[in-house]
Design a protein around this ligand. Sequence first.
Ligand SMILES: [Ca+2]
Ligand SMILES: [Ca+2]
Ligand SMILES: [Ca+2]
Ligand SMILES: [Ca+2]
Length: 423
Amino acid sequence: MLALAAALVVVPVTGTAAGATAADVTAAGATATGAPARGDGTVTVRVVEEVDADGLYDRPAEKGMPGVRVTLTDDHGTVLTRTTDADGAASFRPVGSPLRGGRYRVQAHNPDLASLHPALAGHGDGPDVIRSPIGFVDVSDARDSTYTTGFWAPGGQRREHPEPGPEGRRGAPVQIGDRVWFDTDGDGVQDPSEPPVPGVRVTFAPTSSGPSLTTTTDADGEYYVGTAQGLRPDTTYRVSFDHRGVDPGGLPGRPGAADLTWTAREAGSHRLIDSDVDASGGSTVYVGDPGYVNHTVDAGLTKALRLTLAKADAKTRRPLAGAVLGLWEDTNGTPGLQRHSPGGDRLVGDCATSSTGRCSFGSLPAGTYYLVETGVPEGYVLPSEPVTGPYALTPKNASRGTGLLVRLDAEREKPCGGGKKCA
Ligand SMILES: [Ca+2]
Ligand SMILES: [Ca+2]
Ligand SMILES: [Ca+2]
Ligand SMILES: [Ca+2]
């Protein structure tokens, strides 16, 4: 039965990826010069039961956790699943599997949500440093990678002589993390090949009173703030991310520093791999009881998008100045534009066309937008349906030059009988 449990399980998500064979992988890996690429190395995931909450796997006192489900996911959403062995280890060899790309997302799934928390993450890169239950590995070019993660029971409820309840947990440390990344495709999700962003300042300011705590994301884009840094349990913090110290030169597409913006918030259904910050890089986080560990507070940077509107006279095609439009972002999860408040979509702002007939909205995250005409120049009429859209903005269609260009026509007022204007 153990052999069966540890067997490779392929969960097909896309037909092409799941249908691929070892031969396909080899063919795709061949380089233009004919020299074969070296393929992926091995990913080893170790899952340990933390005891002393120091962020390190301390053998032999701390044991590996057998029977934990571990998954490896590629950019296409193809997933390989394994179960940890008696030592708490699971090993993946992506070569010959449907996985593609060399950079993968690792997840160890909590086997006992009722009593286990993610273990506190340690700092640094050593193989015995415990990291978040979800993370990222690069095994391209035959690099091997060992990823150590774990779980713990604050207060030792699962140990031989437990001190259950608040007494046992008093003084247990707390920790919040964990990642800033570059959302290349602007979808708000941490895809396996999207790179981390080091150098982002993260500040925790209590909403009541007390000092602020500041840290900076490391080479893996990760940050952790915990008891050792002064984080307090049962406290609400305003968390702000500041990307002004980031060198954007190494990011995909080499965006200018002014082109960086925060990506869509709370996209998808998976809090461990979404972005949690609003347009200004802020989020509110409640730190719970002693022992509380939350590694889901992430922030995605992306290249700012632009929408440009070009307004012209319907008949003469001449650019028209003085038209006023509002831009709305579809943020409420309900298809279509809802302008009521509360619960409606978000008004981004207004713009008025200049003598070129154009006006632009910049610094936009990827998403779905609507335009609403609210004013027309003298001699023109508002259209009977002032809302146009939806316009889907993506890094592909809206990151260069004018961004997504929307052309709208304006109709002149119809003269009433006898060549006079209607009253
Ligand atoms: Ca430890
Ligand atoms: Ca993404
Ligand atoms: Ca998150
Ligand atoms: Ca909506």
